[in-house]
Design a protein around this ligand. Structure first.
Ligand code: FCB
Length: 437
């Protein structure tokens, strides 16, 4: 890669990201059942019916994986904690082995000089809470705040940063409107409630952690650039609606105490009573915002009920996910977010990377190129004045890519899912070369 550390601002943080259910092996260590287990056990939801019971067996290979991170020269590691590993029923009885695991993880990072960047929730909702309506039930904000307190009383004194929830759009829209992720609903009322409650839960968790005296608390949202399929009025309106739902709804709640009108047209009637009063909690000040970015979508008008958009195939080069490679979107989101929402607040790219059909002995040059292009976009944003403080690649290692199972490989490290052997890829070596310097 063409970069050195001196090409980025002083103190710029480089790291990688993973999540609990995707790597740990949820069948181990007394973790409770989650809605991802039952979603995956239902035919048709997940490729080959794969689940996270074993995943990368990170639970038992923690030290080896932390050594891989250290070998990469990562400054920080963004990982998530499983609610059901800590509280198998979602509430009540604590699984001490779960707390011990995250304790060892945090200490293992600190021993290696790596900053622990925690995400409290990356999608594996404890099943007993899903039975009570999960994100549709307003009480989830309190359940989640209690989980945050239990966990942070144990590790909160040593973590570098915390974000309560990974990608509210996926928790709300993808899982309750599109039905692609657990709990696999396709219901507009459920969607409206989940999208609002996920922000309320975020706000309650922030309150709890502030109460514990913690700092460097943020939020992590995902973004997809929305390009109209043509110059017509209908496609332009459809692309604007897509942008509002995906990219502006959660930023609106967090930073403007308002939801975009284009979203309220469809969801307004389905939001819970008194939702406006929750902005006091939702929009409490943060210390940073993280942006996850992978691709853009080309959007056209669709007939039928709101939201009247459909994705159409775009002309650009695609990754193993079928996602177009569009680095300009990363630059433009960073600039737009700072200009319209966050001002001087520190921003981080908290996920960026590509899936590629890697084998353990072919160099992943496509990933090196993808990372170079996106790091170039990051530099353009910095040059334009965006207060960007760090960049995390997704992911440290190949893992469970949700509804697409183990086939889609996002890792800097190859994982053989038969033997669980780890092999650093060419992209790992390329990053290590300048991250370690
Ligand atoms: C993000 C998720 C992460 C992974 C990548 C590819 O939306 O946060 O878990 O699935 O996409």
């Amino acid at each position: 890669m063409q970069f050195t550390r001196s090409d980025f601002p002083e103190g710029f943080v480089f790291g990688t990201a993973t999540s609990a259910y995707q790597i740990e092996g949820h069948g181990f260590g007394g973790a409770g059942a989650t809605h991802w287990d039952s979603f995956a056990a239902t035919p048709g939801n997940v490729a080959r019916g794969e689940n996270g019971a074993l995943a990368c067996d990170h639970y038992h290979r923690l030290e080896e994986d932390l050594d891989l991170l250290a070998g990469l020269g990562a400054d920080a590691y963004r990982f998530s904690t499983s609610w059901a590993r800590v509280l198998p029923e979602g509430r009540g009885q604590v699984n001490e082995a779960g707390l011990d695991f995250y304790d060892r993880l945090v200490d293992g990072l600190l021993t290696r000089g790596i900053k622990p960047a925690v995400t409290l929730y990356h999608w594996e909702l404890p099943s007993p809470l899903a039975d009570l309506g999960g994100w549709r039930n307003r009480d989830i904000a309190g359940w989640f705040a209690d989980f945050a307190e239990v966990l942070m009383r144990r590790i909160g004194d040593r973590v570098w940063s915390v974000a309560p929830i990974n990608e509210p759009w996926c928790v709300g829209w993808l899982s309750h409107f599109d039905g692609y992720h657990a709990p696999g609903l396709r219901d507009i009322r459920a969607t409206a409630r989940a999208m609002h409650h996920v922000l309320l839960a975020h706000g309650r968790a922030i309150q709890v952690m502030r109460g514990l005296g913690m700092s460097n608390l943020g939020a992590v949202c995902n973004f997809e650039w929305s390009t109209p399929a043509n110059g017509g009025e209908a496609a332009t309106r459809a692309a604007t609606t897509y942008d509002a739902i995906y990219n502006r709804f959660f930023l609106g709640g967090l930073f403007k105490r308002a939801y975009p009108t284009e979203v309220l047209v469809g969801l307004g009637a389905h939001l819970p009573d008194g939702w406006q009063e929750d902005f006091e909690t939702i929009a409490a000040p943060l210390d940073w915002l993280g942006l996850n970015y992978y691709t853009r979508k080309v959007i056209d008008h669709a007939p039928g009920p709101w939201p009247n958009y459909q994705e159409v195939e775009g002309p650009l080069e695609k990754t193993q996910m079928g996602w177009e490679v569009y680095p300009d979107g990363l630059r433009d989101f960073l600039i737009r977010t700072a200009t319209e929402y966050t001002g001087d607040l520190p921003l981080y790219v908290t996920e960026n990377g590509m899936a590629n059909a890697d084998t353990h002995n072919t160099p992943d040059t496509a990933r090196i190129t993808y990372l170079e292009q996106h790091l170039g976009a990051v530099q353009e944003a910095i040059a334009a004045g965006v207060p960007l403080h760090g960049y995390f690649t997704w992911s440290l290692m190949d893992n469970y890519e949700w509804a697409l199972g183990y086939e889609k490989r996002f890792g800097l490290v190859h994982v053989d899912f038969e033997t669980l052997e780890r092999t650093p890829k060419a992209s790992y070596q390329a990053l290590a070369k300048w991250w370690r310097a």
